[in-house]
Design a protein around this ligand. Structure first.
Ligand SMILES: [Zn+2]
Ligand SMILES: [Zn+2]
Length: 119
């Protein structure tokens, strides 16, 4: 099962991303929001790709949003988590804390659960 999340910032920036993958593709695809240092955008990256690429510029300067570089404050509540211990050696977690906003470049971005679900 995968799900969608929405990123919203005070400055008016919004972005959407999927998290996880479908059952059939589960060993090859695990989507997670990431920041592309070339596009300066929040993109949906497949963290199981080697190397991890930006879907827009195909560059590899992408940082997953569970990286401390992109986290302002870790929230108390988990918005979404995806267990990737086996493949990536860690659990991917997004909290209700604050994250780096690609638009205003301040740590004011917040994630909210989206509607879309698939399996
Ligand atoms: Zn890019
Ligand atoms: Zn912003």
């Amino acid at each position: 099962m995968g799900s969608a999340i929405i990123a919203v910032c005070e400055c008016g920036y919004t972005a959407e991303s999927a998290i996880g993958g479908g059952m059939a593709t589960f060993k090859e695809i695990c989507y997670f929001p990431a920041y592309c240092e070339v596009c300066l955008e929040l993109v949906e990256a497949n963290l199981l790709a080697k190397p991890v690429e930006c879907p827009v510029c195909m560059g590899t300067q992408v940082i997953p949003y569970d990286n401390l570089k992109l986290i302002g404050e870790i929230g108390e509540e988990e918005i979404e988590s995806w267990n990737m211990e086996e493949d990536l050696g860690r659990e991917l977690v997004l909290t209700d804390g604050t994250y780096f906003c690609p638009s205003c470049e301040e740590f004011k971005l917040r994630f909210k659960p989206g509607m879309l679900c698939w399996d």
